[in-house]
Design a protein around this ligand. Structure first.
Ligand SMILES: [Zn+2]
Length: 250
């Protein structure tokens, strides 16, 4: 019935929550190049919109949801050659996620949903590894990996082609959330249908190798704020659905 944003709560707010039954949502973003038209924090903006939409849905079901501060520095080797991208080692993220889970457990939390709008394969591999360990330690944890079915099928046509970095999908969501951060050049960007999923399967490791010399893929000029709002709703529904198995009592 409550959504608590940990960063703006006081310790007394948190002390008053039923933490054992609460769902802790941990959003993961990135600080990486997103074309010439979107900010480096694009994945942070998207994952926070997802967390908000999902938390609202869960609270309507009667759950207490605690949204943690977003992790904005994660592995981003595909974009590492572009100015402003800050990439950390996969092992650093694994250790940090495990430590955060230990911290949550020490505070009495037992249910965690990890959500990530950042899709770099090294990053997702680190998240999967940490989630396995956290689960083995006895916490209930869900991680809807947006790069995989069934979730990927709910995020529009462009997303499924794999041309899903700074294209129509991501640009639409930033237009809905932070329109003032989308640069006008986006309407002049030509489509780049090169698929990152195909590139990853072929062993390529950078946006340049994958056919994205300006760090964007897909159809950014086709983005709209209205589509962004629909996509945020779809992301919220994914968070909700992934969290449902955690909600039942022991
Ligand atoms: Zn992104």
């Amino acid at each position: 019935m409550t959504v608590c944003w940990l960063a703006t709560a006081t310790y007394e707010d948190v002390a008053a929550l039923d933490r054992r039954r609460a769902v802790a949502v941990l959003p993961l973003g990135a600080t990486e190049a997103h074309g010439p038209h979107l900010p480096l924090s694009t994945d942070v903006i998207i994952v926070e919109a997802m967390a908000r939409a999902g938390a609202e849905r869960l609270s309507q079901r009667g759950a207490t949801v605690v949204v943690l501060p977003t992790m904005a520095l994660t592995p981003a080797p595909f974009a590492a050659a572009f100015a402003g991208t800050i990439s950390v080692r996969a092992a650093t993220l694994v250790a940090l996620l495990e430590d955060v889970a230990d911290g949550l457990a020490a505070q009495g939390f037992s249910r965690i949903v990890v959500v990530s709008a950042h899709l770099d394969p090294e990053h997702l591999g680190a998240v999967r590894e940490a989630v396995e360990t956290i689960r083995a330690d006895g916490l209930r944890v869900a991680f809807p990996d947006l790069s995989r079915k069934p979730w990927s099928q709910r995020l529009g046509e462009e997303f499924q082609t794999g041309a899903c970095h700074a294209g129509r999908f991501e640009t639409s969501i930033v237009l809905a959330e932070r329109p003032e951060l989308v640069r006008d050049i986006r309407t002049e960007l030509l489509p780049n249908p090169a698929s990152l999923s195909v590139a990853i399967r072929a062993g390529q490791t950078t946006f340049a190798e994958a056919g994205g010399p300006r760090a964007y893929f897909g159809w950014p000029a086709d983005a709209t704020a209205a589509e962004g709002r629909t996509l945020i709703d779809a992301l919220g529904a994914i968070l909700e659905e992934a969290a449902l198995p955690l909600l039942h009592d022991d």
